[in-house]
Design a protein around this ligand. Sequence first.
Ligand code: ZN
Length: 273
Amino acid sequence: MLYVLIIIFILGLGIGSFLNVVLFRMTTEKKFWDGRSECMSCQHKLAWYELIPVVSYLIQRGRCLNCQKSLSIQYPLVELITATLFTAYIYFIIPDIMSIYNLTWLQILEIIIILTLITQLIIVFVYDFQYQLIPTIQLRTIQILGLIYFGIEYYSTRIIPDSLITALACTFVTWFLYFITKKQGIGWGDVELFLGLGLFIPLMWAIPFFFGSFIIGTIWGVSLMIINHNSSLKQKIAFGPSIILSFLIIFTLITIKLVPNVNIWYYLIIPNI
Ligand SMILES: [Zn+2]
């Protein structure tokens, strides 16, 4: 069991490392398939031993071997977070980790959807944090994943998931805020992010998810103002990371069954239960 989890963790580190490459290439003109990775300051081509996730960073003490410029802490962080989330979700989704060898195709599909969602959320988190912009490819991917997840839920329960209302309600309210704040408070990307992520959240958790995003966003904004000694509210901060954090907290609680999760329709259809 531990053995399976360790393999998943190492796999997660590798995928995290790939996400770093995707993020790096997204911000430069380079296509992510051309050429080897190189140091951002001196263009020194990285050898295989400089590309081992986390390990290389620690051995090199966060510096480029060639020019000694410090490397961003983002690299090991993205790798560790990807690996941790992958391992945790697989551990909690699969009731008995040894049954990993005889999962149904529906369970496999669900796991693929969730792991892919995690990779997209990490990309949006980092990108939005740095550029205050959510890339369209990631938004579409998250929305498509949401629709497939919705389909899986419907297929396994035969009841239309009430997460449809979560998605529509969150989208409508943020869309409204987007207009009344004249696009200052909320970006269009945030509206679309709610549409995609809402499809993963059952209606009974819609309010904690929605307000959680705003609470985290406020704490984030205030902390930034204190750190930067900047009292101006005009400073743009990314809202995407707050939505993602709130989503991950709520979605994790539901997935590990720490909180109840009941389809509201169930009460309407069978009122005596
Ligand atoms: Zn260098």
